[in-house]
Design a protein around this ligand. Structure first.
Ligand code: DGL
Length: 266
């Protein structure tokens, strides 16, 4: 029997990275995706950079041990604080979500006033500001941590009165800043896009990293001759706590059913 085609490892603190998996499946239907959600240690957004970096390396090790050919850090918090540490630790190419998100925002803005929302860890790291300024130093950048959005997305409270109030409280200063583009800098936030968009109004474009990240992965695979030969791909899911909740709420993030997930021991 032919050896199994090497997969692409994708990881997040839990279900959020499934919004990236959805776009990867669309862009790369022939690839074998291996997803790890570190559900036992979620959330990462409130944890220190040192702890998030350690978790990042441990997650990556599990995926590398399965023989993946590329790693996608489908979590803004890990991408914000641990990408360099991870790249130094492996020869396998590593794609994070911050630079793709920054590129998408710069490609969208007209007035060069960009807002960025994310977890406390992502915003405190200043990673989006650096990535945006590296592309265009003249941008006006406004940032805001919106920690409750993660819990609201997981609860499915994405368009009720509580979600609307949270959006109003978190985003009032961004609306006043007259941004025309907002980066949804957390893989949970695309679920709240309608509520966020309704509060900010039609003049503000929302961008997230998922589509641009999938595009970057496709380009990297092609450039390095690593793309899977055509044929049906697959997606397998691993978690670090009992899989029930991941399977139950994961479909909302993936856009289709998560049929099964395997728990790994930590
Ligand atoms: N999905 C994570 C991110 O993109 C946030 C969730 C968490 O706090 O673990 O930053």
């Amino acid at each position: 029997m032919a050896a199994r085609e090497p997969g692409i490892g994708i990881f997040d603190s839990g279900v959020g990275g499934l919004t990236v998996v959805q776009r990867m499946i669309e862009a790369l239907p022939g690839e074998h995706l291996v997803y790890l959600g570190d559900t036992a240690r979620y959330p990462y957004g409130t944890k220190s950079a040192a702890v998030v970096s350690r978790y990042t390396l441990e997650n990556a090790k599990f995926l590398l041990d399965t023989g993946v050919k590329l790693l996608v850090v489908a979590c803004n918090t890990m991408s914000a604080v641990a990408l360099d540490v991870l790249r130094a630790a492996t020869d396998v190419p590593v794609v994070g979500v911050i630079e793709p998100g920054a590129r998408a925002a710069v490609g969208t803005t007209r007035n060069r006033k960009i807002g960025v929302i994310g977890t406390e860890g992502t915003i405190a790291s200043g990673s989006y500001t650096r990535a945006l300024r590296a592309i265009d130093p003249e941008l006006e950048i406004y940032t805001r941590a919106c920690p409750l959005f993660v819990a609201l997305a997981e609860e499915g409270w994405i368009d009720n009165a509580i979600a609307e109030q949270a959006a109003a409280m978190y985003l009032a200063s961004l609306r006043q800043s007259r941004i025309d583009t907002l980066v949804l800098g957390c893989t949970h936030y695309p679920l709240l896009a309608r509520t966020i968009g309704a509060y900010l109004g039609p003049e503000v474009q929302l961008v997230d990293s998922a589509t641009e990240t999938a595009r970057e992965v496709a380009a990297l695979l092609a450039a390095r001759g690593l793309a899977a030969p055509s044929g049906p791909g697959s997606t397998s899911f691993f978690v670090t706590d009992v899989p029930d909740r991941f399977i139950r709420i994961g479909s909302r993030f993936l856009g289709s059913a998560v049929d099964s997930a395997v728990r790994i021991e930590r």
